[in-house]
Design a protein around this ligand. Structure first.
Ligand SMILES: [Zn+2]
Length: 118
């Protein structure tokens, strides 16, 4: 009997959260900054406002878009293509995890030492 191949799921911890400001470091939108709209930890993808836009054809929708046509949506991209920007020092920041008194995990900027999650 052949041994069952175990698939190891590598969990990369995503240090970016919804609402963070990030800078794009790869691709056509390199150097741009934007707010994180969605985070997909399973796929390791994030989508950022006005970054990596893709055109999508939509049917007319009386509430959202009565004309229909083509709209632009941010497409998810790999989390390794973006860097978190520290809201305190406004620089691309490496973060470490800290536990606060209540046991919650907060992120701390390694550059300025400030907690990113207020
Ligand atoms: Zn900082």
């Amino acid at each position: 009997m052949p041994a069952k191949a175990k698939t190891k799921t590598v969990r990369r911890k995503i240090k970016i959260r919804k609402g963070d400001t990030v800078r794009v470091i790869c691709g056509k939108d390199r150097g741009k900054e934007g707010e994180v709209l969605t985070v997909d930890p399973k796929k390791g993808k994030v989508s950022v406002a006005k970054i990596n836009l893709m055109k999508k054809a939509v049917r007319p929708d009386p509430q959202k878009n009565p004309q229909g046509g083509v709209i632009e949506l941010p497409a998810p991209m790999d989390v390794s293509n973006v860097q978190l920007i520290c809201p305190r020092c406004s620089k691309t920041a490496r973060v470490t995890y800290m536990k606060d008194k209540e046991g919650r995990t907060s992120r701390k900027c390694r550059k300025c030492g400030e907690l990113i999650d207020g």
